[in-house]
Design a protein around this ligand. Structure first.
Ligand SMILES: *[C@@H]1O[C@H](CO)[C@@H](O)[C@H](O)[C@H]1NC(C)=O
Ligand SMILES: *[C@@H]1O[C@H](CO)[C@@H](O)[C@H](O)[C@H]1NC(C)=O
Length: 187
């Protein structure tokens, strides 16, 4: 290896190598801590928030590794928006089935409307958030929290019915409550 290089340049190379190794792991630890610490605070402030769910979801975005609280809030709102958008499409597909009992169809229709409203509401809430209009962002995200619970509660009105959306409603609920909790920390 490098027969012509002096011990000095090898030394320099090794110094840089370990320097970058140090910086990377340092960043990793910081990101790890901020996600854990933020989720811990979220769970303390709101009993509806699962610490594990929070950590797993936020860590799924690689950017959370180097994020500050403000950026973490944006990440969580983005995750919420993606989640809600996918659930809306999922409900749309369920509604294409010909054989659906009228109660189930009515519930799914209500959920579809709720999720359809939630998508632009979140988009606006993200704009408000970027503009540091936390009060407005809070109102928007709160209505998304309500949409998830209203959708799930609809199925409970008929004892024979089983919601096909329980997990998706729960996921969207968790993500929006986490976003709300971070927004309220910044307010
Ligand atoms: C959390 O759950 C409680 C009931 O356990 C409820 O009263 C409260 O409104 C919920 N908070 C949010 C943000 O949904
Ligand atoms: C919604 O988010 C949760 C948590 O990040 C994830 O586990 C789930 O797969 C997402 N659902 C969809 C439909 O993307």
């Amino acid at each position: 290896m490098w027969p012509n290089s002096s011990p000095f340049s090898i030394h320099l190379f090794l110094s840089f190598f370990f320097f970058f190794l140090f910086v990377c792991s340092f960043h990793g630890i910081t990101g790890h801590n901020i996600v854990h610490e933020t989720c811990k605070k979220c769970a303390q402030n709101d009993p509806n928030i699962s610490h594990n769910f929070c950590v797993t979801s936020l860590q799924a975005d690689a950017k959370s590794q180097c994020a500050n609280l403000g950026e973490l809030g944006m990440i969580s709102m983005k995750l919420t928006r993606e989640n809600v958008t996918k659930t809306r499409s999922y409900i749309k597909d369920l509604l294409k089935k010909k054989k659906l009992d009228p109660f189930m169809r009515a519930c799914l229709h209500d959920c579809f409307d709720l999720y359809s409203d939630a998508v632009p509401t979140l988009k606006q809430a993200m704009k408000d958030y970027k503009a540091k209009q936390y009060e407005d962002a809070n109102i928007g995200v709160s209505s998304v929290v309500d949409a998830c619970t209203t959708c799930e509660d609809g199925f409970k009105e008929n004892q024979g019915a089983v919601s096909p959306l329980t997990k998706r409603n729960y996921d969207a609920f968790q993500l929006s409550v986490i976003s709300l909790s971070i927004i309220n920390m910044l307010k």
